[in-house]
Design a protein around this ligand. Sequence first.
Ligand SMILES: NC(=O)c1ccc[n+]([C@@H]2O[C@H](COP(=O)([O-])OP(=O)(O)OC[C@H]3O[C@@H](n4cnc5c(N)ncnc54)[C@H](O)[C@@H]3O)[C@@H](O)[C@H]2O)c1
Ligand SMILES: [Zn+2]
Length: 353
Amino acid sequence: MGKIKTKFYPVYVGEGLLESFDFNEFGASAYVIVCDQTVRKKVASHLASNPSLRTAPLHEVVVPPGESSKTMTKAEKILRFMAANNLDRYALVIALGGGVIGDLAGFVASVYKRGVSYVQLPTTLLAQADSAHGGKTALNIPEGKNLIGSTYFPKAVIADIGILKSLPDEELSSGLAEVIKHGVVWDAKLFNYLEKHISKLSMKETKHLVEKSAIAKAKITEKDPNELEFRKILNYGHTVGHALEIASGHNLNHGQAVALGMACEGHIANKLGFFNSKDLARQNNLIKELDIHVKQSFKTDELIEYMRRDKKSKAGKLYFVMPLSIGKVRQEKGQVAFEVEEQVVRECLKLLS
Ligand SMILES: NC(=O)c1ccc[n+]([C@@H]2O[C@H](COP(=O)([O-])OP(=O)(O)OC[C@H]3O[C@@H](n4cnc5c(N)ncnc54)[C@H](O)[C@@H]3O)[C@@H](O)[C@H]2O)c1
Ligand SMILES: [Zn+2]
């Protein structure tokens, strides 16, 4: 098991961690596992056989799989479950699942009795390489995705890469999209490694991708935990990506939408004279490896409208992170997200049709 120390929490990456990790180190009065039904079926038995979880009362809350569980209603259900079971402030919330569960359980932990400890046990590549790290928790409301949330760091992120074996291909490519993003905005070596290995990833390579992504995310978060500016570099591909995710009615999953978003936003940065053409082509070659099939066409007006609701948007203007080369983004006087004329954005969105 590899242990990575970061400023806010340790990250453990290895195989068989769900069965063997010693949860006694958290000194919890009780455990509350939060997972979805699919994870319950495919993964939870590994955790159930962990002897260290028998040292305190063990509770479990199961929600339906998918984005529709990231709601106030589900958060309230878990909070009331915890209260009904008289859980005190020393209870440990265990977020066992993908990004949906991590965001939901993390939020619950951050508000139950004004905050109890939680650990992230990510079970998708997207969660292991991205969403479980960095301490952002989130819920959706009808007015928009991730509009409710907190910044609340887990006590640890424990990534058992062995459990990715049951993950469907499109979920793997979703996670790989975020790894490509880490390579483009931060870690050129990670990008080179992906170029070499993306077509054939075994456990060894997957472990490397998760570890390097965890380090990238931790280093970027340490510089700007509350995303005042610098942390926005992790939002590369997400201005267009979030719009695509919503416009597709979630037919495109998060990572797939972000991958297409990076293709568009990379093109914008190139058109404006920032991202060099050779590296843009390298980025797009990796994205092609993800084999994303878009089964619908998108209306530019609709996408622009969704983009205006992006959290980087100021007074209805559109802002983008712009790579210069692989591993390096445009930065000026501490600024990393830059306004782009709507007309330029519209032109680049044509790539999608
Ligand atoms: N907090 C953050 O910093 C951050 C960053 C990126 C994304 N996110 C959020 O993450 C969410 C997307 O995460 P996701 O892609 O992991 O989605 P998800 O949690 O919905 O998981 C995807 C699907 O895979 C299933 N699954 C999970 N683990 C499995 C396994 N080992 N084997 C088989 N099936 C498994 C789940 O049941 C689900 O159906 C979005 O809500 C997004 O907003 C958060
Ligand atoms: Zn993302």
